[in-house]
Design a protein around this ligand. Structure first.
Ligand SMILES: [Fe+2]
Length: 406
């Protein structure tokens, strides 16, 4: 079920395994659910059924290899997703969208064309197609998470949780440098370049992500409950992917950036900057930096909750083999981590000529950088330089946080 590290597969093989991931998500839906819109600020699910293939077609066949279109209307209809301000939903009707069978026919033709021509596409274009699909494997999981349970089929299995309460402590990180961004010649999205270092003064950071149990104290003090919680008979419960369960007190709380910031203020602390996150995650007492918090071994299930093994979070202390050199836990996996850094370009940023709006349409104060990864983040997206971003009040993301003291 898990994807294999970047280097050990051909690009076409990786694309096929990414297709299996996204196909599996659509297989979880009862047929009538395809035309529903589980998140008001996103398209109906039916859009994504066409979007994944339309993206590959437009990028690889139409724009890169100049192959004439066989279905221009679908190429355009399924080309772009949406990201309106929270509360501003689209107003289309299910009947505005094509029939499922027509989209499946389009998809089959696109896959054949891609498979026949993929060896003529530059590696960078193939990597963009693969990672775009894998990112949608995660954002589709957010959409499915918000579907009523009766509209999806549970695959079974759940992550174990312990009854004891995890104690959180602050870990001192000495001053040092953090390297942000991807090395020249390696694959990365446009916003990962250019690579550069930043000096980071001493700070202290939570050993663990803030848990539901800790956040519960904030809610008892008057804060609004997170989107992932629901109240039944005076008890808070966790709205899991396939069932509602008692609140997982030791699992990370998933919150918006606004909620994470408010909690940090309530504790007299702050959210880490992007550079502080890097320093805590990849820095070492010796001064060199690691590719992953645990070292240079490729990501595997012992290091954290990522790469599609679970649907829901595990406890914040469940994966000590993934700790950073400074002893900070779960900086990668089990929930993206909000940073205090607004999403913006690194110096010498250049947009991809073949996908101009990918990053720069989102630069500015409307989006914040998230680092790390969630249970539904593919292993290849756990590279150090990868940056994710969302609106500060978008509540549907598997987004956790930890606090710092400067
Ligand atoms: Fe997309």
């Amino acid at each position: 079920m898990a994807t294999v590290p970047v280097t050990s597969r051909t690009l076409l093989g990786r694309l096929k395994s990414a297709r299996e991931q996204t196909d599996r998500l659509f297989d979880l839906l009862r047929p009538e659910a395809l035309y529903s819109r589980p998140i008001p600020e996103r398209h109906r699910l039916i859009f994504y059924l066409g979007h994944l293939e339309a993206f590959d077609w437009n990028l690889v066949c139409r724009k890169t290899l100049d192959i004439p279109s066989f279905h221009p209307r679908f190429d355009q209809l399924f080309e772009f997703g949406i990201d309106p301000p929270v509360g501003k939903a689209a107003e289309d009707q299910p009947s505005d969208w094509p029939a499922t069978e027509e989209i499946h026919r389009y998809n089959r033709r696109v896959r054949e064309a891609i498979d026949e021509n993929s060896d003529r596409a530059p590696d960078q274009i193939a990597q963009v197609a693969i990672e775009h699909r894998l990112m949608h494997a995660e954002t589709l999981a957010y959409l499915l998470h918000n579907l009523p349970y009766e509209k999806k089929l549970a695959p079974g299995g759940s992550a174990p949780h312990s009854a004891h309460r995890v104690a959180n402590s602050m870990i001192a990180i000495p001053p040092g440098t953090a390297t942000l961004g991807q090395s020249p010649g390696e694959f990365g999205w446009d916003n990962e370049f250019a690579r550069h270092t930043q000096d980071v003064p001493a700070f202290a950071i939570g050993k663990h992500k803030v848990t539901n149990g800790q956040y519960l104290e904030f809610v008892r003090a008057g804060a609004a409950p997170p989107h992932f919680w629901t109240e039944r008979d005076g008890q808070w419960r966790y709205r899991g992917m396939f069932s509602e369960i008692p609140l997982l007190l030791n699992a990370p709380v998933y919150v918006t950036h606004a909620e994470a910031s408010a909690y940090a203020r309530w504790c007299g602390k702050k959210l880490p900057s992007e550079a502080q996150f890097h320093r805590a995650a990849y820095g070492t007492p010796e001064g060199f930096e690691r590719p992953y918090p645990w070292g240079s071994a490729p990501p595997d299930v012992s290091r954290g909750n990522f790469d599609f093994h679970h649907w829901d979070p595990v406890d914040v202390d469940a994966t000590p083999a993934g700790d950073s050199a400074f002893g900070v836990s779960q900086l990668v996996g089990n929930g993206w981590e909000w940073t205090a850094t607004q999403f913006g370009p690194f110096a010498d940023f250049r947009p991809f000529a073949f996908y101009l709006g990918y990053s720069q349409n989102f630069f500015g104060e409307e989006h914040y950088v998230m680092k790390g990864g969630s249970a539904r983040t593919a292993a290849c997206l756990l590279r150090r330089s990868f940056r994710n971003w969302f609106r500060p009040n978008y509540p549907y993301v598997y987004a956790s946080f930890r606090i710092v003291e400067n």
